[in-house]
Write a protein that binds this ligand. Structure first.
Ligand SMILES: Cc1ncc(COP(=O)(O)O)c(C=O)c1O
Length: 413
């Protein structure tokens, strides 16, 4: 079982005396769950590595869930790792891999976190799980809460993709669409969590944040223990960056790997607080006003709670953060679909835009091993695809008309 040693503040180091308070009373940052992997015996570790479980729960002892009976699983994990020659050629990186998280149970990376978060909610005896979200976390919490037998309450800002709202609602959660941008809605959400005593599944939740360590464990397996030179992650709150870094550090401590990857945060230039903080040399982020972007899932200007840890992970890994324009993001979305057959929402494909930029700038070499996490399905935000008007206009059911249309559409990878 994943024994939780405690919840500790990553900033001041103070340990919390409760397992259900998620933020440091003095620093305000999200606490970190410390899972005791050091006391696992050699025999236990060998057994874990030879387990034949095709979900993240193969690594049960690495997560902060103490009873197997509490596990809520929809079969999440071990998503395909794809290498597509056409894409490698296009981006000019010989070994570029896509980690395709669009195929997770609710279509986004959030399932890695919420499988762990909702399992812990059951273990702790909560009745209602909640989240505020740009859409994907809402759908994911709603699904896992439903299967866990908990009430789900999810809040999203107005303007969130209707397909994400519909998905969350289909799982039976109470969906609240609130006026204002994400950061405004998040402020009200925090008041509601205190008022109604919900189990908070936001990135403040230290248990939830451990779920994305599974990226490191899976890549370790899927790459036959090779460590990528670079892992590029679409970034909003910073959960993924922190967890990937933590997961790889655990593997290093166990002696299973001998070096660490560089971690890159890919952000939209409309909401890029991590880039600003790295440029200013600050250890904490300064909130920005997030502007509209096609990468709607990343439209977060104030990722304060994990900001400190995320910046530390990027710096310690000798990684970086990249701000991408909407044009670059949409191009990446199209390239990922046409060259690799993966239909991602714009935010989900931003990692490939970052790889392209870093390669063009010479930061990434052609012969380096690069993994881009593709984090959300394209059907989550179908309105981002511009279908040429001509394609939607019906044509006569005749071979001549078909030939004419075929000749006008020759675009390939
Ligand atoms: C599709 C997608 N990718 C990436 C993220 C970034 O999440 P984080 O920075 O918390 O790992 C989100 C979430 O907000 C998302 O919905």
């Amino acid at each position: 079982m994943g024994i939780v040693k405690g919840l500790t503040c990553p900033k001041c180091g103070r340990e919390a005396d409760s397992r259900t308070i998620f933020q440091c009373a003095s620093c305000g940052v999200a606490l970190e769950a410390i899972v005791d992997i050091e006391s696992l015996s050699k025999a236990q570790l060998l057994e874990i590595r030879s387990r034949n479980d095709p979900t993240i729960w193969r690594w049960f002892e690495f997560f902060p869930v103490e009873k197997r009976s509490a596990i809520v699983s929809l079969g999440e994990g071990f998503t395909p790792l794809l290498r597509c020659p056409g894409l490698c050629e296009k981006i000019d990186i010989a070994e570029l891999y896509l980690k395709n998280d669009t195929v997770l149970p609710t279509g986004s990376l959030k399932d890695r976190s919420n499988a762990v978060a909702l399992s812990k909610a059951r273990e702790l005896g909560f009745k209602t799980a909640s989240v505020v979200s740009t859409g994907n976390a809402a759908a994911s919490v709603a699904a896992y809460a439903a299967v866990a037998g908990l009430n789900g309450v999810v809040m999203v800002p107005e303007g969130t993709s209707p397909s994400k709202v519909a998905q969350a609602s289909a799982y039976g959660a109470t969906v609240l669409v609130l006026r204002g941008d994400f950061d405004r809605v998040a402020a009200v959400y925090r008041q509601a969590v205190r008022e109604f005593d919900w189990y908070d599944c936001l990135s403040t939740n230290p248990y939830r944040n451990e779920g994305k360590k599974s990226y490191a464990y899976e890549l370790f397996d899927q790459m036959c223990e090779r460590v990528p030179d670079w892992i590029i992650h679409p970034t909003a709150g910073g959960t993924g960056v922190c967890a990937i870094w933590k997961g790889y550090n655990e593997l290093l401590r166990l002696g299973w790997i001998s070096r660490l990857p560089r971690v890159v945060a890919a952000q939209s230039e409309a909401a890029a607080p991590f880039i600003a903080a790295l440029q200013n040399g600050s250890t904490d982020i300064e909130p920005v006003i997030a502007r509209d972007t096609v990468a709607e899932s990343l439209q977060v200007g104030n990722p304060k709670t994990l900001g400190f840890r995320t910046l530390k992970a990027i710096r310690n890994s000798h990684g970086t953060a990249v701000a991408l324009s909407d044009d670059e993001i949409l191009t990446a979305q199209s390239v990922v679909a046409r060259c690799a057959g993966v239909f991602a929402e714009p935010a989900g494909a931003i990692s490939v835009a970052a790889a392209r930029r870093l390669r063009q700038e010479g930061a990434i070499r052609r012969d380096e091993l690069v993994v881009c996490n593709i984090t959300g399905h394209g059907l989550k935000q179908p309105q981002a695809i511009e279908i040429p008007g001509e394609e939607l206009r019906p044509i006569p059911a005749e071979l001549g008309a078909i030939r004419e249309r075929l000749e006008s559409n020759n675009e390939k990878c």
